[in-house]
Design a protein around this ligand. Structure first.
Ligand SMILES: C[S@@+](CC[C@H](N)C(=O)[O-])C[C@H]1O[C@@H](n2cnc3c(N)ncnc32)[C@H](O)[C@@H]1O
Length: 134
């Protein structure tokens, strides 16, 4: 709605590859950009890199578990970004439900996922347990 600034959350934001592109564009219109990951290591790195953006916040979030049990309010956000993370959860359906839980009615989920098989990617990332969780 006019006059209200965007509340956004990124799931599995990791090394910040997506945030580095999205955050500078959204920042002028953003009230909150909550950079989340299951790993605290990435959050500390991100705070150093993106801390100068007034809307930047960092928080732990396992999207496989209920966000309400991890300190997140229901249906408060306008935008959830999930870039190359949903495949790393045991149930994509559960992860999608939890994304929806975070969004206001009419909010948007932006998903970026690999949908084609590249041998190079399989060989490199296939060495990690998370790649096969789905
Ligand atoms: C391939 S990286 C993508 C990083 C980032 N989204 C980007 O586009 O640069 C996947 C990230 O998902 C995180 N992740 C894995 N399982 C997760 C889960 N259950 N909930 C939230 N994040 C998770 C990992 O810690 C990792 O940082």
């Amino acid at each position: 709605p006019e006059g209200r600034r965007i509340g956004a959350l990124e799931v599995g934001a990791g090394t910040g590859g997506t945030a580095a592109q999205v955050l500078p564009v959204l920042a002028p219109a953003c009230d909150r950009y909550i950079f989340t990951d299951v790993s605290d290591f990435f959050l500390r790195q991100a705070a150093r890199r993106f801390g100068s953006f007034a809307c930047f916040e960092a928080a732990l979030l396992n999207i496989d578990a209920d966000p309400r049990l991890q300190g997140f309010a229901s249906h408060e956000l306008d935008l959830v970004v999930a870039a190359n993370v949903l495949h790393a959860t045991p149930s994509v359906l559960t992860a999608l439900r939890h994304c929806r839980q975070l969004l206001r009615p009419g909010g948007a989920l932006v998903v970026n996922e690999a949908v084609r098989v590249f041998r190079f990617v399989q060989v490199v990332f296939g060495q990690t347990d998370g790649w096969w969780l789905f």
